[in-house]
Ligand binder design. Structure first.
Ligand SMILES: NC(=O)c1ccc[n+]([C@@H]2O[C@H](COP(=O)([O-])OP(=O)(O)OC[C@H]3O[C@@H](n4cnc5c(N)ncnc54)[C@H](OP(=O)(O)O)[C@@H]3O)[C@@H](O)[C@H]2O)c1
Length: 345
C-alpha cells in the first residue's frame, strides 16, 4: 500500500508496507526536502565526536566504584569539555540512572553549553501508552534539564511496533522535550521503517547509533552506513575502541577484566597484526596513539564516534583524535588490516 505525504511542502511517496521488500522501490533520497538536510538535525552532522557515559555509574561491566570513582568521572567530563567535546551520550539504563544523575550534577557546575543525548529502553513490559514520555520525563529530572538534544530508542525490542514508538518520539518533539530523535541498534530495514513513520509527523530521523569500529564493520558492509549518508541520518559509532581493545593495552596475557575479558578471548590472539599497522600509522602521523587512530578512522568514514572515558587522561587522549585526518592511503591500509583480521576470525 502506497501513501502520499506532504513534508515541508513537497509531496512524497512513501510505502507503508516496509518489511515486505517493497521499500526497495522507494527512492529514499526523494524524501529529503529539495535535496537539503533538515535544519533541525544539522547540528549533529557538525559534531565530529562525542563522549560516551555508559561507564559513568555502571558496576556490572565497567566496575564503577572499584577501579574508578566519581572524581575520576568528573575529570573525564571536565577534560572532554575543555578539549572541545560538546556531546555526551547516556541512557536511562546506564548505572540504573546514575550516569544521567552524575551528568546532571556536573552540568550545574559548568558554563560550557553541552549537548545531551539519552535513550529509552523499550522493555517488553512497557506496553502502556505514553511509557516513553514518562521515561523521558524521568531522564530529564535526573539530568535536571527541560529538554535533551537527542532522544533515542535503545533497541528494536518487540512487542510494541516501531511505528508506535516513532509516534511517541514525534510527540516528544512536539512537546519540546527533545530537539531531535534517533534510534539505536536498528538494522537498515528497521531504520527505514522508523524514518517513514516519523516522516508522517514531519519529524526527521536524526541518527542511528550502532556498534562500529575496526573489529566490527557490519554497519559498513551491510549498506547501513551508505543509507545513513544518503538520508542524512547521523551514524553514531558506539564502542569505537572495541571496549578498550583498540587502545592496544590488552593482550592475551593481560586481558580486560570481568565480562569484557570473556568477550575478548577470541579476538585477542589475532589483534597484534592490526595493532602493528595502527602503531605504524600513528608514528607516521607524528605520534598519535592507537586510540586516536581508531577514532580518526571512524571520523574519516563519516560517522560520529562516542568513546567512553573513565578519567581525565583517557578523555584527553581521545580528544586528540580531533583536528587532523588520516590520509586516504592510511584509511585503506587500516581497512585492509581489519579485513584480514575479521575474515580469519
Ligand atoms: N546504544 C548502545 O546499545 C550502546 C552500546 C554500547 C555503548 N554505547 C555508547 O558508546 C559509548 C562508548 O562505548 P563503550 O564505552 O562500550 O566502549 P569504548 O568507547 O570502545 O571503550 C571505552 C573504554 O575503553 C577504555 N579507554 C577509553 N579511552 C581510553 C584511552 N584513551 N586509553 C586507554 N583506555 C581507554 C576505558 O575502559 P578501561 O580503562 O576499563 O579499559 C573505557 O571505559 C558508551 O559509553 C555508550 O555511550 C551504546
Amino acid at each position: 500500500m502506497w501513501a502520499r505525504f506532504n513534508w515541508y511542502g513537497e509531496t512524497l511517496l512513501l510505502t507503508t508496507t516496509i518489511g515486505s521488500g517493497l521499500y526497495n522501490r522507494v527512492k529514499w533520497g526523494q524524501l529529503k526536502f529539495g535535496g537539503k538536510m533538515d535544519s533541525s538535525t544539522r547540528f549533529l552532522h557538525a559534531i565530529e565526536m562525542g563522549v560516551g557515559a555508559w561507564a559513568w555509574g555502571d558496576r556490572i561491566i565497567w566496575n564503577y566504584g572499584g577501579s574508578y570513582t566519581d572524581e575520576d568521572i568528573r575529570g573525564a567530563f571536565d577534560t572532554s569539555l575543555e578539549k572541545g567535546i560538546r556531546l555526551i551520550d547516556t541512557a536511562e539504563v546506564y548505572g540504573r540512572g546514575r550516569s544521567e544523575r552524575l551528568i546532571g550534577e556536573f552540568l550545574k557546575e559548568t558554563e560550557v553549553p553541552v549537548l545531551l543525548a539519552t535513550k529509552f529502553m523499550p522493555y517488553p513490559w512497557r506496553i502502556r501508552k505514553k511509557a516513553l514520555l514518562r521515561s523521558l520525563r524521568h531522564s530529564l529530572e535526573r539530568l535536571d534539564v527541560e529538554s535533551v538534544d537527542l532522544y533515542q530508542i535503545h533497541f528494536p525490542i518487540p512487542p510494541i511496533s516501531i511505528e508506535s514508538w516513532m509516534n511517541e518520539l514525534a510527540t516528544a518533539v512536539e512537546e519540546g522535550l527533545t530537539r531531535t530523535v534517533g534510534v539505536s541498534n536498528y538494522k537498515e530495514s528497521q531504520m527505514l521503517q522508523a524514518y517513514s513513520a516519523l516522516a508522517r509527523h514531519k519529524v526527521p530521523l536524526a541518527s542511528n547509533q550502532v556498534e562500529y569500529h575496526l573489529l566490527d564493520r557490519r554497519a559498513e558492509k551491510s549498506g547501513l552506513l551508505a543509507r545513513c549518508h544518503e538520508l542524512d541520518i547521523r551514524l553514531i559509532a558506539y564502542s569505537p575502541l572495541a571496549m578498550g581493545l583498540l587502545t592496544g593495552k590488552y593482550t592475551v596475557d593481560s586481558p580486560p577484566p570481568g565480562m569484557r575479558g570473556r568477550k575478548a578471548a577470541r579476538i585477542l590472539p589475532k589483534l597484534p597484526s592490526l595493532l602493528k599497522v595502527m602503531t605504524q600509522i600513528g608514528q607516521d602521523q607524528g605520534g598519535k596513539t592507537n586510540a586516536q587512530i581508531a577514532l580518526n578512522w571512524l571520523i574519516c568514514k563519516g560517522t560520529m564516534p562516542i568513546p567512553g572515558a573513565k578519567n581525565a587522561k583517557q578523555a584527553e587522549q581521545n580528544a586528540g583524535a580531533l583536528g587532523w585526518k588520516l590520509s586516504d592511503d592510511q584509511v585503506a591500509a587500516l581497512d585492509e588490516a581489519s579485513e584480514v583480521l575479521t575474515k580469519n576470525s
